[in-house]
Design a protein around this ligand. Sequence first.
Ligand code: 13P
Length: 335
Amino acid sequence: MNAHALAATAQALVADHKGLLAMDESSGTCRKRFVEQGIEDSEAMRRAYRELLITAPGLAESVSGLILFDETLHQAHADGTPFVALIERAGMIPGIKVDLGAKPLAGHPGETVTEGLDGLRERLQAYAAKGARFAKWRGVINIGEQLPSRAGIAANAHALARYGALCQEAGLVPIIEPEVLMDGAHSLARCAEVTERTLQAVFAELAAQGVLLEGMLLKPNMVTAGAASPSQGSLEAVASATLACLRRCVPAAVPGIAFLSGGQSPELASAHLNAMHQQGPLPWALTFSYGRALQQPALAAWNGQAANVAAAQQALLKRARGNRAACLGNYQQAA
Ligand code: 13P
């Protein structure tokens, strides 16, 4: 493991108040998003959409790195230039989602464990050879009356740490993503309790597996009430509950925390990040690694039409710039 190189990459991903664009939807999830929008799904359409995102002019001013799906890592611009080369030329860092999805956890109805550890060492070597410099693995924790169980949290924390150690062995910075889902009507306090238990378990496993904290990034959920809860917290309440949880659980040796958006609207995801930056100082860089909250307006503007590419790119840039402003505490809703 080259600790220095890993730490340099991790720092570069969160430097200068920039964040990450998660565009690593599996082909199945991408199809779902296209169908919701009435867009025809095919490999050619997915390639065209990803080309639009990658080539948005000036994206690198707000975005440090892009998380790709396997298919996209192997695709190229219509002019033949590999996407990885285009990303590097623009001054951004290519990354790759390497988990194989959340599967039912045996004996624990309603819970999942993320799979993909078998053969991961070889896959990581191939991804590194292809130009990926960081990776992502998402563990999923569901809140229910009796959930999550200790077993559900432990299984996901263990897999995240095994993945993290393998990434660092291969020279890739692991993004450790334990996502406590927003699904349900639970309170903000309940999300805080479950997120705290989850992060404590994750960092205990990272220590047990010898993962270098300086050479990783954390991608957590924000602490919010469940999406179906009638009482959603204020921006300040979400920000202070999230920061309290992170301050308790995430060592200052971790260079950066980059949130997922998890189903929040694009505006709310930016406003929450902004509110946190008004409650500093913080021991780590705190930024975004949004999927839907960056892409939704761009996907809607594109609508599968080549004539809409420029408008879609502008919609992406507006969200990316807004989130960078949020990292400076300067986000304005209408901006
Ligand atoms: P969302 O921001 O849409 O939650 O996606 C982020 C991500 O990478 C999920 O794994």
